[in-house]
Design a protein around this ligand. Sequence first.
Ligand SMILES: Nc1ncnc2c1ncn2[C@@H]1O[C@H](COP(=O)(O)OP(=O)(O)OP(=O)(O)O)[C@@H](O)[C@H]1O
Ligand SMILES: [Mg+2]
Length: 249
Amino acid sequence: MSEAFVTVENLHKSFNDHKAVNGVTFSIYKGEIFGLLGPNGAGKTTTIRILSTILDPDRGDVSVGGHSIRHEDDAIRSLIGVCPQELALYPDLSAMDNLLFFGRMVGLNGREARSQAVANLEAMGLMDRAKGKVDKFSGGMKRRINLAIALMGHPELLFLDEPTVGIDPQSRNMIYETIDGLRDGGMTILYTTHYMEEADRLCDRVAIMDGGRIVALDTPHELKSRIGSPEQVTLEDVFLKLTGRGLRD
Ligand SMILES: Nc1ncnc2c1ncn2[C@@H]1O[C@H](COP(=O)(O)OP(=O)(O)OP(=O)(O)O)[C@@H](O)[C@H]1O
Ligand SMILES: [Mg+2]
C-alpha cells in the first residue's frame, strides 16, 4: 500500500470571505480507507466536492489516478463513486429503478446495470424491497440505497460523506460490513464522519480537519500514541488535545 492514488496539494476554497478549505495537502494510497474527520464546518464536504470534480478550487491541485482535476475531470469521473452527505436519489422511483437509472448514467448496459443493482441491493439487505418506492423507506434504508447507488459501475475510488449519520444500528452494521467487503476487494475509500469510534474501526489513516486545515494525519494507532497509551485514549481525546475543544457539537 505505497502507491498514491490521490494527491491533494495546497487546496484552497473560500465562500465569500470565509476560508472553507485553507491549504490542505494529503495523499491517499491505493486500497486505503482514508478518514477525513472534523466537526461541523471543518471543510470535509467542500474537500470531497473538489476531489469529486463538483466544485473548482480557488488554488491548489488534485490528481486522481494520475489525472488532474484542472483539465481531466471526465477521466476522474469515470473512476469515482460518490455517496453524498445530502441523499441523492429519486424518491418517486423504486429502489431498483434508482439503481438502474444511476447504472445507466455511469455507462453500464441494461444487463450489467441490472446485475449490479441486484448484487448491491442484496448486499444492503434490500432485495425484498427492490420494488418499493424510496420515499417510503426509513432514513437508514435511504442511506443504504445512497451507498448502493454510489457503487454502481464499480468505482476505483469511493467518496463516503457521513454515510452513517442518524441511522439505526442495523443499517450502520450493514454499511460497515459492505465497507469491509470493499476494502477486501481493494477499493480506495475517502470516508468522512463525526464519529471517532467509527473512524478508529474502519480507517487505515485519518486526517483530522478543523477550520479548513488538517491539524493531524496518521494511523489511528499513531495518533493515539502521541498523547498516551493507544489502548486507553480515543481519537476524540486526540482532537481535544490538538484543538482544546471537543469534536462533536
Ligand atoms: N456553497 C457554499 N456557500 C457558502 N458557504 C459554504 C458553502 N459550502 C460550504 N460553505 C461553508 O464552508 C464551511 C465548510 O463547510 P463544509 O460543508 O465543507 O463542512 P463539513 O466539514 O462538511 O461540515 P459538516 O460536518 O457539517 O458536514 C462551512 O462554514 C460552510 O458553511
Ligand atoms: Mg459535510
